[in-house]
Write a protein that binds this ligand. Sequence first.
Ligand code: G6P
Length: 591
Amino acid sequence: MCGIVGYIGRNNPKEILLAGLKNLEYRGYDSAGIALKNEENVQIIKSIGKISALEEKINDIELINANMGIAHTRWATHGKVTLENAHPHQAGYITVVHNGIIENANELKENLVKEGISFYSDTDTEVIAAIINKFYCESKNIFKAISKALNILKGSYALGILVSDIDKVYAVRKNSPLIVGVGKDEYFIASDIAAIINYTNRYILLDEDEICELSFKGVEVSKDGMIVEKDVLTTDLISEDTSKGKYEHFMLKEIMEEPNVFTKTLEKYLNNPDLLIDLNKYEEIHIVACGSAMYAGMVGKYLLEEVADIKVDVECASEYRYKKVFYNKKTLVILISQSGETADTIAAMRKAKENGIDTLAIVNVKTSTIAREALYKLFIEAGAEIAVATTKAYLLQVLVLSLLTVNTAYKKNLVNLDALDEVKKLPMMLDEVLKRSADYQKIADTIYENEDIFFIGRGIDYAISMEGSLKLKEVAYIHSEAYQAGELKHGTISLIEDNMPVFAIITDEKNKDKTLSNVIEVKSRGAKVIVITSEDDLEKFDYEIIVPKVNKLFQSMLIVPVLQLIAYYTALKRNCEIDKPKNLAKSVTVE
Ligand code: G6P
């Protein structure tokens, strides 16, 4: 949510900051801004809309000859999308870019206004700038000023800071990601390594409330006035991961990468089965996540309960963190998150830890907060996922949950390991499924003008339906709902009209006939039925996609890519901004 990039060094900061912002645009994209600095001046340029609009503006302006700067792409929280509210914000000596939310900003602002300080925006960020500036004017010591400000700010922040009369860049973070990139005679800050991967693959992880000072000579991290020694780490991300390659959109590229990342993740766990912890020592599991990660968890629930005979509850993290949760000593909390930075999922993890409960994270970004704080971690090998709507990461989350299920069930003698022979064939089958784009385009052609769509399924097929429905909402802006097929008749069926698309997901053999009866119910009320199934002997309806039949442990992973591609082609027909859907952000680091 929002992207930060900062630079100090021998090269032109303008180019580096703009390139960084473009790589971060998926984190927020309603406005953007840049602050350039040299010994004499700080120059701020902001613009509404995409980074390209900022770039155009910058190209029309005479720029100062700068050697450092900070930049930001915004996903509005405090204050509307206006030029005034776009970052960077400046108060006196201090210029800041900020990700996160300051919860006591209004209270702090009122006090500052009483002291005679004026504000020009509605943002909490300007309050941060004003407070640091106030303390800096008092002491002329930037470390003291930043520390004092951090002591009174409540909430989350990643900050890039320029000080008019100091030729350095400062960075701090709390509950919001920020890394420090280490190049050759040049240093960076970024909310995501993707922003700077074209310049360096070496980075430092900042811990909460450490202050990082970046100068032309290097990087120094301190906490409470004491220097902290930090390890310089290396990422295996490569710059190709952050470009679209031959594809028109990241979403399509990432769906097409599924067979490869599936193989990579599968091999890792087949070669190191000990990584998969034995869930049998737990009596119950809470899976907690947001969005698609939660729907991956729903698939996991059906697998773990039915195949491994272990009780699982799935909860959305924004509810879980505040509700009364009944734990016992044998509860395990599984957190699922692509980014590892989703604020609600982090809070849910910390709640479990505070209650002395074991936590297991299924996560993609290895440097993330969740990856660092969970007791056990199972990484998926999705690489960089740039499109806001997740595709390949979702698939791998389900893969890891399936492998955990096999592992747990095997130890209880509930399955034999033959199932694993089948999962090895999945990448090839996935390839086949992904090739059938003409079939998916045909379905997109028939649904793209509808404004309401239903997805129905029972059992695990209901869990799959939820992800299919979410994808369509996210990228094609079509209202759609996923329903348990048997529940439809209790009210919702009144909404079925002539020609309304109803997707029926049918893979669960024991429920297949029941779901088919529900399909007939909607069909007889005029619905246009699209069946996505692994069964090849079903009655024919309007449209049908049949995927190869595999063990139920892995079946959903052949169905969901079909739904992802249908959502993609539908969004394409509707001319939607596929990779950056309106109002959404990839990594939701605020509540
Ligand atoms: C956002 C994204 C979703 C994602 C969810 C959880 O809403 O748009 O695609 O599923 O966050 O993100 P996480 O990084 O925790 O998996």
